[in-house]
Design a protein around this ligand. Structure first.
Ligand code: ASP
Ligand code: MG
Length: 416
């Protein structure tokens, strides 16, 4: 007997029919003797609908009130699921985040979980109940409802699993696992049986949208055994089969397994590049250029500073495309004159393509294979950044698919 957390996404909760299927699946696990906690998302489209209502009133609604509104989507889901579980003959009870309580900070619309008190849930589990807890939300120190940001139910589920010391957290979604790359771009993309938590973290931050990145951070920090799997299978498939399906996020590199050097190719299309050129090369320049951008809450990603020629240097970095206009505005209106830059240039149509794999630690030559492959396709590399387990390049957006396909092939990710 184990303590298991299931998380169901919006598609899995998308209709009363689907909610009944979720209940059947959970009932199957419960009947096999497991203690079950279920964390559902709002029904698909519901969070957008709710937030849309507020934006019909004003373009910049109060974040505290937005959380009050958005959190109701999950509240409907847990109530419906508890009723569906009861209809399956189980004892079930639903809780909103504040009733558990799941304690967060006060950063409305992007709150972070500080602590979860598992006492109440554990008592219900001991009494034989299935406990259904709202995803996406908690309560701040002053008792206000706070949500965790879009896609936050993944993080709720993993955090609850960590707090309850669950044996496994299963994330049911509309894809059947984590793939070597986006199957919409590369038909030969394969599902990975396992991926290490560090690879998953890189892939999530590099644009693979399977899990909210904070949930992966939680899984890593608290060593929560987490599996991503499909909710679209027959809910009554044998438990043994289901337990081994999907992709398991692991914590150590499995020595016994013949492991591919590269696990996946991630890409992010909506990047923009900005170059501040001909700046005097002296202490404080990086800070004077990037400080004002960071102060405007704009995330900066890749950064390059060239070696100086004649005491002058070029400083290039990337931001999300949504922040491009704002960043350019700050640089041309405030920074350029201040740092005495000759010019500020930008390109809003670039994308970042990354190869990820823990195998890189023990293999040399990955970077040169990557660069050669791109060269053979005639793709120019504009910037490069690396970590221990990934290499990212910035390229012209129009070559994204070509680059991803070529790299997927050269690293033999289609072979398994
Ligand atoms: N319902 C929320 C959203 O749509 C949270 C989630 O689904 O994870 O972002
Ligand atoms: Mg999601």
């Amino acid at each position: 007997m184990a303590l298991i957390v299931h998380k169901y996404g919006g598609t899995s909760m998308g209709s009363v029919e689907r909610i009944k299927n979720v209940a059947k699946r959970v009932a199957k696990w419960h009947k096999a003797g497991h203690k079950m906690v279920v964390v559902p998302s709002a029904m698909s489209g519901e969070t957008n609908r709710l937030l849309g209502l507020a934006r019909e009133i004003t373009a910049h609604p109060d974040p505290r009130e937005l959380d009050m509104i958005a959190s109701t989507g999950e509240q409907v889901s847990v109530g419906l699921l508890a009723i569906a579980l009861q209809a399956e003959g189980l004892e079930a009870v639903s809780y909103a985040g504040w009733q558990v309580p799941i304690k967060t900070d006060s950063a409305f619309t992007k709150a972070r979980i500080n602590d979860i008190d598992g006492t109440r849930v554990l008592a219900d589990l001991d009494a034989g109940k299935v406990v259904v807890v709202t995803g996406f939300q908690g309560v701040d120190p002053d008792g206000h409802i706070a949500t965790l940001g879009r896609g936050g139910s993944d993080t709720s589920a993993v955090a609850i699993a960590a707090a309850l010391k669950a044996d496994e957290c299963l994330i049911y979604t509309d894809v059947d696992g984590v793939y070597t790359t986006d199957p919409r771009v590369v038909e030969e993309a394969r599902r990975l049986d396992r991926v290490t938590f560090e690879e998953m973290l890189e892939m999530a931050s590099l644009g693979s949208k399977v899990l909210q990145i904070r949930s992966v951070e939680f899984a890593g920090k608290y060593q929560v055994k987490t599996r991503v799997l499909s909710s679209l299978t027959d809910p009554l498939i044998p438990l043994e089969t289901e337990m081994r399906s999907g992709t398991l996020i692991t914590f150590e590199e499995d020595e016994t397994m013949e492991k591919a050097v590269i696990s996946g190719i991630a890409f992010q299309r909506d990047e923009a590049r900005i170059a501040v050129m001909g700046v005097p090369d002296k202490p404080g320049i990086a800070y004077q250029i990037l400080g004002p951008v960071a102060d405007a809450n704009i995330d900066i990603d890749m950064i390059i500073q060239n070696t100086s020629v004649d005491g002058k240097t070029d400083f290039t970095f990337t931001v999300g495309r949504g922040d491009y206009a704002h960043a350019m505005e700050i640089l041309t209106s405030k920074v350029q004159a201040h740092v005495k830059a000759e010019q500020v240039r930008g390109d809003p149509k670039v994308s970042k393509v990354s190869v990820v794999g823990v195998g890189m630690r023990s293999h040399v030559g990955i970077a040169s294979t990557m660069f050669r492959t791109l060269a053979e396709e005639g793709i120019n590399i504009q910037m490069i950044s690396t970590s221990e387990i990934k290499i990212s390049v910035l390229i012209d957006e129009k070559y994204t698919e070509l680059a991803v396909r070529a790299l997927h092939k050269v690293f033999e990710l289609d072979r398994g």
